[in-house]
Design a protein around this ligand. Structure first.
Ligand code: DAH
Length: 347
């Protein structure tokens, strides 16, 4: 009997009481009514009378020891739970969820690339407003009074504020040629400028047309500027942008603000000139319009057309971007689909 008591005492002293579950187990096993201590108390009646007192004392001692161990462990456990911070169990060493960075828009990347090429040959950037008046968008640029481009079909006109007196219609500019006029009106000669910006046209949105797009306008005004200078500027740009093996051709055309005028075509980048459905079998694609600034336009802007000549051009940034990256639908530029946009991250 005494042996059982001392081995149980050793067990009680060594038992695991470190968690709520272990402590519960301890209580059932040693202190409960059907526990090991209760067993030993039951066996007390088999102990010879003369030993009962001593054994009983020993058993009581063990009972107190077990109860004390339990009380102590329970108090410690309660204190530990009370002191736990609200975010206990949160592992601060785990890596964070990656914070997705945005990427630059392909149109802005190409815009910058184009401007950098022109900057290398002396063209500095100028900008103008997107809401323009009839003078800067049409009249100063030599558009005849009844020119179809002035039609409500193509142009978004802007309603004047109620009660406002406006001398002329206002509109969302339909091209960046407006900035040419502002630059010629305001800047000293010679002028060598590139003018990027958004333009608007009243068009149904499709793979090939949009009501909002971007252009880069160019303008050079000085004495003795010739068409040959225009050609060299465009050659330089195309070779820098698309590579040495691309051919360029100037196709006679008409714009009210240039005379002579030419559209600029380059070798189709998709089929390399062999003919495909993008270039409609011709092997050429158009990248913009150009020409010698019409003397009427120079005079409208206060420049002596006897002394000065100049050239100008306008290119669509969407068009250049689509050719460079073989993008077949304009709508991709404005849909904000990250699967499309992320492809330009590293360019
Ligand atoms: N403004 C014309 C357009 O939007 C493009 C253009 C053609 C600009 C000839 C020019 C130019 O400066 O000389 O279609």
């Amino acid at each position: 009997m005494q042996e059982s008591i001392s081995s149980l005492a050793a067990e009680v002293a060594a038992a695991d009481v470190s968690s709520a579950a272990a402590l519960d187990q301890f209580r059932l096993l040693y202190l409960g009514r059907k526990g090991r201590l209760a067993d030993l108390f039951d066996q007390l009646k088999t102990v010879p009378n003369e030993q009962k007192r001593a054994v009983g004392q020993q058993l009581n001692g063990l009972k107190h020891q077990a109860q004390a161990r339990f009380d102590e462990a329970q108090a410690a456990l309660e204190e530990a739970t009370a002191n736990q911070p609200a975010d206990a169990g949160f592992d601060y060493t785990l890596p964070t969820v990656p914070n997705a960075l945005g990427t630059r828009h392909p149109l802005m990347l190409v815009r910058e690339q184009m401007l950098r090429i022109f900057a290398r040959i002396g063209f500095a950037v100028a900008e103008g407003p997107e809401i323009e008046d009839d003078w800067h968008n049409f009249t100063a640029l030599n558009f005849p009074e009844n020119h179809p481009a002035r039609d409500m079909q193509d142009t978004f006109f802007v309603e004047p504020a109620p009660g406002a007196e406006v001398a002329q219609p206002h509109l969302l500019r339909t091209h960046t040629s407006t900035v040419q006029v502002r630059v010629m009106e305001n800047e000293p000669l010679p002028i060598r400028r590139v003018m990027p910006g958004r333009v608007y046209r009243n068009e149904a949105i499709s793979a090939r047309a949009h009501m909002l797009f971007h252009q880069i306008e160019g303008l050079y005004i000085d004495e003795n500027v010739s068409f040959a200078d225009l050609k060299q500027t465009i050659y330089y740009f195309v070779r820098e942008m698309f590579g040495e093996d691309i051919n360029i051709r100037f196709r006679p055309s008409y714009f009210p603000f240039t005379e002579p005028s030419a559209e600029i075509d380059i070798t189709c980048l998709i089929c390399k000139g062999a003919g495909c459905n993008i270039c409609k079998g011709s092997g050429w694609v158009e990248i913009g319009g150009s020409g010698m600034v019409d003397p009427n336009v120079l005079e409208n802007c206060g420049i002596d057309s006897e002394k000065y000549t100049g050239y100008a051009w306008g290119m669509g940034i969407e068009r250049i971007t689509m050719l460079k990256y073989q993008i077949k639908d304009l709508r991709l530029f404005t849909e904000n689909d990250v699967r499309f946009l992320r492809q330009f991250e590293a360019l």
